[in-house]
Design a protein around this ligand. Structure first.
Ligand SMILES: C[S@@+](CC[C@H](N)C(=O)[O-])C[C@H]1O[C@@H](n2cnc3c(N)ncnc32)[C@H](O)[C@@H]1O
Length: 419
């Protein structure tokens, strides 16, 4: 099951751990997910090993062969507590069971024996090989080599669980074992429990949201109780925040199944936004809104601690395509914003093209729009994320409120429509 899941992710799917419904035994599930996670997080180093071990490259049309090999290398080199013998034995067994890979079980055995002989050396591969060159170079230029070295720690360690509280009851924080981050964001000790098994989940007293993802909604300055449009809203983390802030919220997204998740989340939390399924590049509202939060679809490279696969799925061409989509949605948002209205644009991306460059473009393209700079005092505990120009740039190397564990890379800019 782990190999099938990894194969699907290598083929372009999003990483989602195996669920209890898919693999009910808790110990098996945790082992399988640990293997998948390690293979994804260590993909850069495993690529180097495979290049050395397979002289003729990866065999074509070989079913789960590549996924099994990657999982086994992850286990051999990075998870020595599980045992090298089981890695070899299970890899060969799994290969034999797959009709498309069966003829390669001898190769699997030979390759893994060579890997075992080299495992001490493989364990010492430099950590900077974990990031694809295109991102490492770009990020070092934008954020500095020291920060990027700490990004790599986040890639290896993964992300902690951050949540946003519906009500800020200290007893709730205590029951969750939470550590205060910024405003109503806390970091929770999960002790490996699934999210819906944590205290007060069913009661709808909190929702999962990385601390960085909770910043944009707090920066919107529409008039109190005003009409606010949450563009690209599903699954609704920001919709919940805007509802909590007392706005009359319309949540719009083009993806019907993601909107079903948004509706379920709002029902659990007891919020009642208006929900619209529409394409944000062409949507025209009957009445303009006092505020718009645009959480644009993006490369999501800022989420690599939770989605390591994004590092390997993205390239320059698709980032360019996403910039066009962001501009299309932005242009429509400006049309739907009332004079004097507040517009917050954000992306969970570390790519300057999807962040700072969008601000430059927007200020040139829309003469009725001005930047409404964010002041460092608006983000107590995270003042360092506010740039001298009043933009917000969070990095996985940052410690919100001095708490360890990093945060997603996010970009936020706030505008005001003048006329
Ligand atoms: C970054 S996610 C939004 C996360 C959400 N704002 C939250 O806080 O929970 C981006 C969303 O954009 C939506 N999307 C992509 N293209 C769109 C379009 N053309 N119109 C409307 N929504 C779109 C996707 O379906 C996805 O739900």
């Amino acid at each position: 099951m782990a190999a099938q899941r990894l194969r699907a992710i290598l083929g372009g799917e999003h990483f989602a751990p195996l669920s209890a419904a898919e693999l009910p035994d808790g110990r098996d599930r945790s082992l399988a997910n640990r293997l998948i996670n390690t293979a994804l997080r260590r993909q850069g180093q495993i690529n180097l090993m495979i290049a050395e071990l397979l002289d003729k490259g990866m065999p074509a049309k070989s079913g789960t062969f590549e996924a099994v090999l990657r999982l086994s290398l992850a286990q051999l080199v990075f998870l020595p507590d599980i045992g090298a013998h089981s890695a070899l034995f299970l890899a060969v067994e799994a290969t034999k069971r797959d009709a498309k890979a069966r003829h390669l079980s001898g190769l699997m055995n030979a390759v893994l024996r060579r890997a075992q002989a080299n495992s001490a050396r493989y364990g010492l591969l430099e950590d900077d090989t974990l990031l694809p060159d295109i991102f490492r170079r770009k990020w070092e230029t934008a954020y500095g080599a020291d920060a990027v070295a700490r990004f790599v720690d986040g890639l290896v360690d993964g992300a902690p669980l951050d949540i946003t509280l519906k009500d800020e009851d200290p007893a709730l924080v205590e029951a969750l074992g939470g550590e205060k981050l910024i405003a109503d964001s806390i970091r929770v000790e999960t002790r490996d429990r699934p999210v819906d098994a944590l205290p007060f989940y069913d009661d709808g007293r909190w929702w999962v949201q990385d601390v960085s993802s909770a910043l944009p909604a707090r920066l919107l300055t529409a008039k109190a109780g005003g009409n606010v449009l949450d563009l690209c809203a599903a699954p609704g983390g920001k919709t919940a925040q805007l509802s909590k802030a007392g706005y009359v919220v319309t949540a719009l997204d083009s993806d019907g199944s993601r909107l079903e998740r948004l509706k379920a989340n709002m029902q659990r939390l007891g919020y009642e936004p208006t929900v619209i399924e529409a394409d944000a590049t062409s949507y025209i509202a009957a009445e303009p809104f006092d505020g718009i939060l645009l959480d644009a679809p993006c490369s999501a490279t800022g989420t690599f601690r939770r989605h390591p696969e994004v590092l390997w799925h993205r390239n320059a061409a698709d980032i360019e395509g996403r910039v066009k989509l962001q501009q299309g949605i932005f242009a429509r948002a400006v049309k739907n914003l009332a004079p004097g209205g507040s517009l917050v644009y954000c992306v969970c991306s570390l790519e300057p093209e999807e962040g700072e460059a969008i601000v430059d473009w927007a200020l040139k393209a829309f003469h009725n729009l001005e930047l409404h700079p964010v002041a460092p005092t608006e983000l107590p505990g995270l003042e360092g994320a506010v740039t001298s120009g009043g933009l917000v740039r969070t990095l996985p190397s940052m410690a919100p409120n001095g708490v360890d564990g990093g945060m997603d890379g996010f970009f936020v800019a706030r505008f005001r429509r003048a006329s």
